[in-house]
Design a protein around this ligand. Structure first.
Ligand code: S0N
Length: 276
């Protein structure tokens, strides 16, 4: 299947269900199952988790874009044809709900993640854009939660985090009625950041990436951690504290402790400036 774009994306790794591309510090994960509106099965999610782990570790990747193949759908959620009892069946017949692990990865990666919504964003495919840091949508995008129609629900980020974006009343409306919302309506209710003509979607998303790439990576990382910490409880605090430790490790005061230990002497912390 050929992927058309005005940009010369370079493939990072070959997968079955996704395309994983790179260009000038930007990586792009594309769900590549257009025959079912880019619904994800267990293998799709495993591949996305593998790709995001690569993004986490590669220093030359500053920012991530998540999107769907084609111009009709971003993602239509869990592949209902692979749904079994208690989850979605993998190739060995084991049921899993691994999309939750991917949502967590999106929040945990200390780099900005942009959902480039190019059509339907439905069910778990709606939560997928909700958990991304920013959402840029084409004017043909449609947003909807359909759980109560197909016998599922996402009481995690799909409820609490969604409600932080659009409020409790709108979130209940979205879930109870399973209505479809246009990109314009989504923008008005604070669900997304920007709507553009579908032919301009990639150009606009890259424009945002390029601006963000000029900003301080450490500053962006801390902002993401701080915003997450408020909602993620002890786990969010742990992640924020991990980065605070990282910053402390960069200070001479911290290095003095390690040096003194290795040199078998008492540390001299008195020589370091105190800040008010
Ligand atoms: C996207 C819609 C609105 C498009 O409608 P349209 O244009 O009329 O096309 P269709 O004829 O309906 O579709 C074309 C073909 O695509 C197949 N298809 C579409 N969506 C799916 C899907 N999600 N799974 C499997 N197949 C899909 C159609 O069946 C059709 O194929 P053929 O021609 O062979 O029949 C419309 O298609 C639509 O509404 N789709 C269904 C959306 C849906 O029900 N999504 C699932 C919602 N639930 C979840 O996502 C579960 C959430 C979840 O994953 C989760 C959440 C929290 C915790 C754990 C989990 C977890 O389960 O992991």
């Amino acid at each position: 299947m050929n992927y058309t774009s005005k940009i010369d994306w370079i493939p990072i790794k070959k997968y079955k269900d996704i395309l994983f591309l790179f260009w000038e510090g930007i990586s792009k994960i594309i769900i590549n199952r257009p025959w079912c509106h880019n619904a994800f099965r267990v293998e799709t999610v495993d591949e996305m988790i593998n790709a995001i782990n690569i993004c986490y570790n590669r220093k030359d990747i500053d920012i991530l874009i998540i999107t769907g193949y084609g111009d009709k759908s971003f993602c239509s959620g869990g592949d209902q044809k692979t749904r079994g009892l208690g989850g979605y069946l993998d190739k060995d017949g084991v049921t899993k709900l691994n999309i939750l692990d991917f949502y967590k990865k999106i929040r945990e990666i200390p780099k900005p993640v942009i959902a480039m919504v190019n059509g339907y964003s439905i069910g778990g495919g709606h939560v997928l854009h909700v958990v991304c840091d920013l959402t840029i949508a084409s004017d043909n995008a449609i947003f909807s939660q359909v759980g109560p129609k197909v016998g599922s629900f996402d009481g995690g980020f799909g409820c609490s985090y969604l409600a932080r974006h659009i409020g409790q009343k709108k979130t209940r409306e979205m879930w109870f009625l399973c209505k479809k919302y246009t990109a314009k309506e989504a923008l008005k209710m604070g669900l997304i950041n920007k709507v553009v003509n579908k032919n301009e979607l990639e150009k606009e998303t890259i424009k945002w990436c390029k601006i963000i790439q000029k900003r301080s990576a450490m500053s962006l990382r801390m902002i993401k951690r701080c915003l997450n910490a408020e909602l993620d409880g002890q786990h969010g605090l742990m992640q924020l504290a991990g980065d605070a430790t990282l910053m402390f490790y960069l200070m001479e005061e911290s290095q003095e402790g390690k040096k003194a230990f290795l040199e078998k002497r008492d540390p001299n912390f008195k020589k370091f400036k105190k800040f008010l």
